[in-house]
Design a protein around this ligand. Sequence first.
Ligand SMILES: Cc1ncc(COP(=O)(O)O)c(C=O)c1O
Length: 440
Amino acid sequence: MAIYHYEQSTRKFAESRQFLAQGVASSLRAAMKPIPLFAESASGARIRDVDGNEYIDYLLAYGPSILGHSHPALVESVYEAMTKGASYGLQHEGEIQLARRLTELLPCAESIALSGSGTEAVMLALRLARAHTGKRKIVRFHGHYHGWSDTIFTSFPSSDMIQTSTSSEEYKEEQSLPGTGGQSDIALTEVILLPWNDTILLERTLREGKDQIAAVISEPVMCNSGCILPAPGYLEKMRELTSELGIVMILDEVITGFRVALNGAHGRFAIMPDLVTVGKALGGGIAVSAVGGKQSIMSLLETGAVSHLGTLNGNRVATSAALATLKVLSDNEGAIYERMESISRRIVEGIRDLLSKKGIDGIVNQIGPVFHMMFTQEKHVENFEAFNNRDASAYSTFAERMLEEGVLLRPNGLWYVSAVHSEQEVKETLAAVDRALDRI
Ligand SMILES: Cc1ncc(COP(=O)(O)O)c(C=O)c1O
């Protein structure tokens, strides 16, 4: 067995902190134990760090690398784009092609706006919803994450990540607290934070607040906290109520878009939101995001009633990367999704078998090529309250042990599988899980 050591990463982290505030470029990355690793290179399903350690990668850059790393089609498309000029500040054919393709793939998208990150796509969707309805308030849910902008960031790590949900009868609406120091608290006065998957509470809140509520924003699957599926009928009810009450329904598919299905979770579940946000997997690792939705709302951009800005929006590298990624994902009528689903299922079932064989209490929640593994005595994790009962620190130790077994995991329990993870990776991963579970 390889001996894993992290001297170079440790040295580089110290060096980085002299120049780069906190030593990492996104706060979440600082949580990696034993040390935030420095990557040297990556290809396919494997990544190497600067100490020469190699890992099977289930972090996948926090989701985007759905084709694995350095996929030839992606490399070629980005290279070609670079040779023609990375960004123009002018319109170009790639924007038309990408927007057209997105309207073909995403059932709810009659028209598209392009941005650079999931956070920006959500900002635009909220702005469109407010302008469309003339109302101000936004309903969002415990345990969901919609980026780090001031008007929506109440989690990671904020009150709603530790506060437990209560039943509909007991629930009292509270002022949402900022998710970070330095955030405007006025911005959050327009946010109503609810437990998810509670139909009665949703109906009561929307009926009572219908004159103030502009939008409900929800992840279609609670991927950010336990990969929890919507309760049967929940999203349908959300759709029905929002339509009836003149509220915009936004599904935030920054994780699920192009991951759980080529037409997103809303395609997979046959729910038609008014607006959808996508990012992460769309660019296969290159920064690009989009809002898609009904023409009646998107036309606010057309009329100039709503501004949408961004120097690098729709740049050539981003549109080429997204088109190449979508092409690979669409080949053979999206057969890749069945493959990713079956590889993921094999890993998930293997982990469940190992947990049960060793008498370790744990749960794995899966949809397609994304799943959440947690140590918990709960029999099912179907809401945020149950999710909060997991042993997060045991899992972070497990992730550390897995590193020493040559498998890179996100320390919070969410695994992403790519189109190029194969039987070989499944075999090695399960052998690593087997050994790591004995060492926690
Ligand atoms: C559901 C969801 N929405 C929005 C975002 C923000 O995306 P980005 O990190 O690209 O700004 C994320 C990021 O994890 C997300 O999971």
